[in-house]
Design a protein around this ligand. Structure first.
Ligand code: NAD
Length: 479
């Protein structure tokens, strides 16, 4: 059967969803309904997990293939994804309003790049290693796939975050049930096309669409062996509770409220433009952004002016126009939430830029990039993740104070340190308690572990650590 708005992808086929409910996928920039998709019911989740289970348990199946055979299929998958890159970028931008320049540089290329990278790691990482046993004999340590993986992703970088999970999970020999975010469903269908073209066997990769209830049913399913989740801290906590009760391995990539630490020797004129990518990119809808800007009292006014000047220069509008640096927020609900924080900020701090909706944009959920100054680190807008284009500039006394403020957060995901002296910035960066931190730059490195501490999550994705997180070890004692 061909795909239509009533189907889900299970066991290599588009099949009619059992659940009767449907949801609408709506364009963030035009507010038009683009398509509808099924809300996966418990029965749909059950069928998808059963297919993944059968594929995993097949003694001649994916999990048992020689690494080279799986790697060759993954290389073809990467090629098929690359061929569809511009289509994926257009679909992501059409749904969530991400500027096309960003979707073309991330969503279009990272799926293929990550898949090829993990195919290479699969070739280079031995599945079995031997070591002399402490008690005599030899121990063989085997790195075996975990089983059926439930991958649940958000809408902000839907393809990139899917492949943080899908590529290492498949490389390790697992089978996967993916639940995309309802806001970004159409790009996930292209992954099915690419997987089918590459010859990924039936049942190895399945998709069930839907929202939180569908996701929760997947997390709860008795035949799921591991959950890999990216999303809000609130949903992550609930998933962690379920996985704790079930003793089910889980990785959680959650929210953030990172710090951008501006040291007192920084050359603002050259650096502030670079700070855009680690404070506001994708209209602030990026988990690792340093939306708390920590500024030295000695240069506080200059830093505030630099950020106010920066946001004043950013073109906001149609995300398909490559001249626009910021697009809309993903949904009416998200804009309402962000505007609620802006209203709160007006009570707590001094508004220096933005604070409203950009002029001349009648359709789409746009918010003007906004800067608040004189923010206390215990203000709501400094403590809670806003997930919109809103910065809080917080004054600090000296380096120790900056580090104290940076670490005084429930979250621990990203952050950056900016200085004319890279060694000085690096020394400060190593005192920031987060899973990742950048020095005069921030770019997620796919070859190195990524993730958070505290309310930002548990576990790591990417790099060899990302592959290891989709494997169990088994020690075989040889006498
Ligand atoms: P969300 O938590 O509402 O939803 C994320 C996904 O989980 C969606 O597919 C959703 O349908 C599903 N879901 C929601 N509740 C669930 C539940 N109880 N059980 C199972 N599945 C559930 O988040 P969102 O609003 O889509 O995304 C924004 C959040 O994601 C932000 O907080 C952001 O910081 C975070 N995020 C984190 C990272 C990271 O790597 N740390 C990356 C991107 C986004």
């Amino acid at each position: 059967m061909d795909r239509d708005s009533d189907t889900v992808f299970i066991d290599g086929e588009w099949i009619r969803a059992r659940g009767p409910r449907r949801y609408e996928i709506v364009s963030a920039s035009t507010e038009e309904t683009l398509a509808t998709a099924p809300v996966g019911a418990v029965e749909d989740v059950g069928a998808a997990v059963a297919a993944a289970r059968r594929a995993f348990d097949d003694p001649a199946g994916w999990a048992h293939w020689e690494p080279e055979r799986r790697a060759a299929v993954l290389d073809r998958f990467a090629d098929a994804l690359d061929e569809r890159g511009s289509e994926i970028a257009r679909l992501v931008t059409g749904q969530n309003g991400m500027p096309i320049t960003i979707s073309s540089a991330s969503e279009a290329v990272f799926p293929g790049m990550l898949t090829r990278y993990y195919a290479g790691l699969l070739r280079d990482t031995p599945v079995e290693t031997e070591r002399p046993s402490m008690t005599g004999g030899t121990t063989v340590v085997r790195h075996v796939p975990i089983g059926v993986v439930a991958a649940i992703v958000p809408w902000n970088f839907p393809q990139t975050l899917t492949f943080y999970k899908l590529a290492p999970a498949l490389a390790a020999g697992n089978t996967v049930v993916l639940k995309p975010a309802p806001e970004t469903t159409l790009d996930a269908y292209v992954v099915v096309e690419a997987a089918t073209a590459a010859g990924i066997p039936p049942g190895v990769f399945n998709i069930v669409t839907g929202g939180p209830e569908t996701g929760a049913a997947l997390v709860e399913h008795p035949d799921v062996d591991k959950v890999a989740f990216t999303g809000s801290t609130r949903a992550g906590r609930s998933i962690a509770e379920t996985c704790g009760r079930l003793l089910r391995p889980v990785t959680l990539e959650l929210g953030g409220k990172s710090a951008t630490i501006v040291l007192d020797d920084v050359d603002l004129a050259t650096e502030v433009g670079k700070m855009f990518t680690c404070t506001l990119v994708n209209s602030g809808q990026t988990c690792m952004l340093g939306t708390r800007v920590l500024a030295p009292r000695s240069r506080y006014g200059e830093v505030v002016d630099a950020f106010a000047g920066l946001v004043g220069m950013l073109p906001v509008g149609d995300p398909f126009d490559p001249g626009n640096i910021l697009g809309p927020l993903v949904s009416a609900r998200q804009r309402e939430r962000v505007e609620g924080y802006i209203a709160k900020g007006r009570d707590e701090a001094r508004l220096v830029a933005g604070g409203g909706r950009p002029e001349g944009l009648d359709k789409g959920w746009y918010v003007a990039p906004t800067v608040f100054a004189d923010v206390a680190n215990d203000a709501v807008i400094a403590r809670e993740e806003i997930f919109g284009p809103v910065l809080a500039v917080i004054p600090y006394d000296d380096e120790d104070d900056a580090i104290r403020l940076a670490n005084d957060s429930a979250y621990g995901l990203g952050g950056t340190v900016w200085s004319a002296d890279p060694e000085r910035a690096r020394a400060v960066a190593t005192r920031v308690r987060t899973g990742t931190v950048g020095v005069n730059f921030y770019n997620i490195d796919h070859h190195s572990p990524f993730g958070g501490i505290k309310d930002s999550g548990i576990g790591r994705e990417l790099g060899p650590e990302g592959l290891a997180s989709f494997r169990h070890t088994q020690s075989v004692y040889l006498g």
